[in-house]
Design a protein around this ligand. Structure first.
Ligand SMILES: Nc1ncnc2c1ncn2[C@@H]1O[C@H](COP(=O)(O)OP(=O)(O)O)[C@@H](O)[C@H]1O
Ligand SMILES: CC(C)(COP(=O)(O)O)[C@@H](O)C(=O)NCCC(=O)O
Ligand SMILES: [K+]
Length: 249
């Protein structure tokens, strides 16, 4: 069995797959290295033969997690590295090493699945969009604050926007104009995300007409799926690219 890790800025997504046929044994989302080790140990500790990871965290944090995993599970961790070209996709950044590895792997995964032009919308801590043309050229993309950042900026820089997580969740049962602070903020931020997604779609249409695939991923993908009904929701898109960048067998 192989442990796969996607270390974002807010959460670590993990899953364990069988080495032979890539079927999923289990997985989860955690907010600390310690919680990760506990959850994985509860599932599979004795059986891990390898581990691959993508991280957008600092070198130090990434290295510390690799050491922890090596100690806990006696596995060597393969960390995905930037590339100028891979699996038919050419990195579109002026400096290819600066492109976020989660974006790069999602682009690889999307192009592999679409076998043609594709738009990737990834809604995590940040909202990201990336464009890959039919010939595999990555054209670049966009980065904006995601739902957690928009929310926390409003809370941090205003004096009268304060509410708890439970009321935030309740507020999202509808997107009608808010009649309380929590509704106004939560619904307003969701509409911003939906506007982001729709604008990326327009951009893709002006580049490629109707001849492209749209992929939606990231923890907040469910918040915009109704706004972009043509999108394929692929929660594990980064893992698709990770398997391509770090083959293990
Ligand atoms: N089980 C979950 N635990 C935590 N956050 C979740 C969960 N499911 C969905 N989310 C949403 O996902 C967002 C984080 O998305 P994610 O793609 O994991 O971000 P990042 O990769 O930047 O850490 C959170 O803001 C939250 O709204
Ligand atoms: C844009 C990001 C911060 C997104 O991180 P996430 O929302 O997945 O936690 C990450 O992809 C990153 O650090 N990128 C480097 C900058 C760039 O892609 O240009
Ligand atoms: K991410």
């Amino acid at each position: 069995m192989i442990l796969e890790l996607d270390c974002g800025n807010s959460f670590i997504k993990w899953r364990v797959i069988h080495t032979t046929d890539a079927t999923i044994v289990g997985g989860g989302i955690v907010d600390s290295d310690q919680a990760l080790v506990e959850q994985v140990a509860a599932l599979a500790s004795a059986h891990l033969s390898g581990c691959r990871m993508v991280s957008v965290r600092s070198e130090d944090e990434t290295e510390a997690l690799c050491v922890l995993l090596a100690q806990a599970f006696s596995v060597e961790v393969q960390v995905a590295q930037p590339a100028q070209e891979m699996s038919g996709v050419r990195n579109g950044y002026e400096d290819y090493q600066r492109l976020g590895m989660d974006r790069w792997l999602a682009a690889l995964g999307a192009f592999h699945l679409a076998k043609g032009a594709c738009l990737v919308i990834d809604l995590g801590t940040a909202a990201k969009a990336d464009f890959v043309a039919a010939d595999g050229e990555h054209l670049g993309g966009y980065i904006c604050p995601g739902m957690p950042l928009m929310r926390s900026q409003l809370r941090t820089h205003t004096r009268r926007i304060r509410y708890d997580d439970a009321s935030a969740e309740r507020a999202l049962t509808s997107l009608a104009p808010g009649r309380s602070t929590v509704e106004a903020v939560e619904r307003g931020c969701v509409l911003m995300l939906q506007g982001f997604a729709r604008t990326q779609l327009e951009q893709a249409r002006s580049l490629w007409g109707d001849d492209f695939a749209v992929f939606l991923t990231g923890g907040d993908a469910p918040l915009v799926r109704d706004a972009v009904p043509q999108a394929r929701v692929v929660p594990d898109l980064v893992f698709v690219g990770l398997a391509m960048a770090c083959p293990l067998d």
